[in-house]
Design a protein around this ligand. Structure first.
Ligand SMILES: [Zn+2]
Length: 387
């Protein structure tokens, strides 16, 4: 069994290409105005409120600019917005090879074409209306204090897997309706659409037909506050891009989903409906790249049955799969939340014992051996003094 991960077929998101992490000096190109020290900050300036860059024409998501702004050297924060944009574009360009830049460009054109041609059915879905989308308990928990109040509404059936009631039934219905409408349209006009990832043949990328802004807001305002508390060690505090899609299971659709990891730091998986049986989500522990195919420990086993409106939030590296949907039709919305800062940092690390179950086990074993060796040396010492 291979666990190469749910790698997207397309490289639509720039996440993973990094956006500078301050480990190396960022040199100013010659013959350009300089702004003092150009070295990026290693840790983001959380006091600084970044500008919005929605209007910036670039291969990168505007949120990446906002996120990167927090890493700018202090002298850069005061310069005109245009100069900041230019500076950040230069940094980002270094992380995106030309081939990939072309792919990103082609995907942008594809999305543009799709959005021009497709007429949304429920316009109210395309802007985030928290009270219409979310159940009151979820809304209250996020608005109050995610750490305390969130613990009151969630269950943690296995370490690192959080489940909670999230979406209003009426929202689920509207979204199902919109997806159905989109698919009917796709079939009618024979538009060749890109599927959500390499594993799902059915389903649709919500970001591609106009829901990107809404989903980005959902991530920034509702998932980030939770991820910051529960997943800080995998980039939960620096989520800056997402991949939002629906997957469909049942007769004439995908039936099941093999064991895999997601191309995300944090995954939100919400069941939208409809009536179905089977389709349980099974989890088998969190693993880094190196340990992705290692054995599962008994305490890492969890099977979860989907309930419409109910969300599951877990690390992207939490190995999982979906059992066959044996009857009916099941549709889930997935939001793969990513952090370009975390991905960049990860390149320089080898030990992931703060989240990888196997790194953790190895570390404990090293500590046990070193303790045993110390004990042995101590006992030998004692033995010696008795002679
Ligand atoms: Zn590991």
């Amino acid at each position: 069994m291979s666990l190469d991960g749910a790698v997207e077929r397309r490289e639509g998101s720039p996440a993973g290409n990094g956006n500078g992490n301050g480990n190396g000096p960022v040199m100013a190109p010659p013959a350009r105005p300089t702004y003092g020290d150009r070295r990026l900050r290693l840790n983001p300036n959380t006091e600084h409120k970044p500008e919005r860059y929605d209007d910036v024409q670039s291969e990168f998501d505007p949120a990446i600019f906002s996120s990167l702004e927090r890493h700018l050297p202090p002298s850069m924060l005061e310069v005109p917005r245009d100069a900041k944009v230019q500076f950040m574009k230069e940094i980002l360009a270094r992380y995106l090879p030309e081939g990939e830049r072309n792919r990103v460009q082609r995907h942008k054109e594809y999305r543009h074409k799709l959005m021009l041609a497709y007429q949304p059915l429920h316009k109210e879905l395309y802007n985030l209306h928290p009270s219409a989308f979310f159940v009151p308990s979820f809304l209250k928990a996020v608005n109050d204090n995610p750490e305390e109040s969130f613990r009151n509404i969630l269950s943690e059936p296995s370490p690192g897997i959080y489940t909670f009631a999230m979406l209003q039934p009426s929202f689920c219905e509207l979204l199902l309706d919109e997806v159905e409408n989109f698919e009917k349209w796709v079939n009618a006009v024979k538009f060749k659409i890109m599927r959500p990832n390499t594993m799902n043949k059915y389903g649709a990328v919500l970001d591609d037909f106009g829901l990107e802004t809404m989903l980005n807001k959902l991530m920034e305002e509702f998932i980030s506050p939770i991820a910051r508390v529960f997943f800080p060690e995998v980039g939960g505090s620096t989520l800056d891009s997402h991949h939002g899609f629906v997957v469909e299971y049942g007769k004439d659709k995908d039936v099941e989903l093999g064991f895999h990891v997601d191309d995300s730091e944090v995954t939100l998986n919400v069941c939208l409906g409809k009536d179905f049986s089977g389709g349980e989500l099974f989890f088998r522990g969190v693993r880094c790249d190196k340990h992705v195919n290692t054995e599962t420990q008994p305490e890492e086993i969890l099977d979860y049955s989907h309930v419409p409106g109910q969300a599951v939030l877990h690390r992207g590296r939490h190995r999982h799969g979906a059992r066959p949907t044996t009857s009916g039709h099941r549709i889930n919305m997935l939001l793969w939340c990513r952090s370009s800062v975390f991905r960049e940092m990860k390149k320089y690390q080898k030990d992931f014992s703060s989240w990888c179950g196997e790194c953790q086990r190895e570390k404990k074993e090293r500590q046990r051996q070193s303790l045993a060796a110390t004990k042995m040396a101590f006992l030998k010492g004692c033995g010696g003094s008795n002679i």
